[in-house]
Design a protein around this ligand. Structure first.
Ligand code: PEP
Length: 249
């Protein structure tokens, strides 16, 4: 089933006291919303965040995980470890992980498999660089990112996947894709899914837009028919701004 989701990616921000303070602020905001609300604090604070939001409609999700079940992977975190601290959803493929930690489509396919095997829902991120868009290659790039990491899956796996189109040139830059650019790409993504898996998978897929979504542009972006919500970076670090975006639905 297609859903509206607004997820806040806190990245490497907020130590424990700051995490608790931001959650306290979030819990003071409106409780009812037309979207599922998620926050992704840093891994070390996931358990505290999970406990602090237990009684609310906020889901605490992870920013990343390793593909192995366990073993000699110093510094890494497995899907089962995330599950054990109350996490049921993980972001995979964020452009910062691709760019700074060399995460390839091949590696991401393994992470997706590990997450699904452990009953984690995946928010799978992808998006073109500015040079790709300038060259008119944005659809080709996005299509290959989706195909390489996800098209080995059975159709039934897609009920546990959310897609997040995040043009790299719009992340943290203050530059947003226009609502039309977002809509055009989301429509193309649905067409790509339809070609491979048929109309049910395509129509049921929740596709988020990410890239400098702010309170002043969220409503117009979310009003587009193929945009089902947002993955929010900077504006998710402020409770009022984050809820203004959520309430744009
Ligand atoms: C992100 O990092 O996923 C993101 C969309 O960041 P921002 O909203 O700050 O552009």
């Amino acid at each position: 089933m297609r859903k509206n989701i607004v997820a806040g990616n806190w990245k490497m921000n907020n130590d424990l006291p700051q995490t608790e303070a931001l959650i306290t602020d979030l819990l003071k905001q409106t409780k009812t919303s037309n979207a599922e609300v998620m926050i992704a604090p840093t891994a070390v604070n996931l358990y505290q965040a999970f406990n602090a939001t237990r009684a609310s409609n906020i889901e605490v999700i992870a920013q990343n995980m390793h593909f192995a079940d366990n073993g000699a992977y110093t510094g890494e975190i497995s899907a089962a470890m995330l599950k054990s601290v109350g996490v049921n959803t993980v972001i995979l493929g964020h452009s910062e992980r691709r760019a700074y930690f060399n995460e390839t489509d091949e590696l991401l396919a393994k992470k997706v498999d590990a997450a699904l095997k452990n009953d984690l829902r995946v928010i799978f991120c992808f998006g073109e660089e500015l040079a790709d868009r300038k060259a008119g290659n944005e659809e080709k790039v996005v299509e290959s990112q989706i195909k390489n990491a996800l098209f080995h899956l059975e159709a039934s796996a897609f009920k546990n996947i959310v897609l997040a189109y995040e043009p790299v040139w719009a992340i943290g830059t203050g530059e947003t894709a226009s609502p039309e650019q977002a809509q055009d790409m989301h429509k193309y993504i649905r067409k790509t899914l339809n070609n491979k898996y048929g109309s049910q998978v395509a129509n049921d897929m929740t596709i988020l837009y990410g890239g400098s979504v702010k309170p002043n542009n969220a409503k117009e972006i979310f009003s587009k028919p193929d945009v089902d919500g947002g993955l929010i970076g900077g504006a998710a670090l402020n409770a009022e701004d984050f809820y203004a975006i959520i309430n744009a639905f």
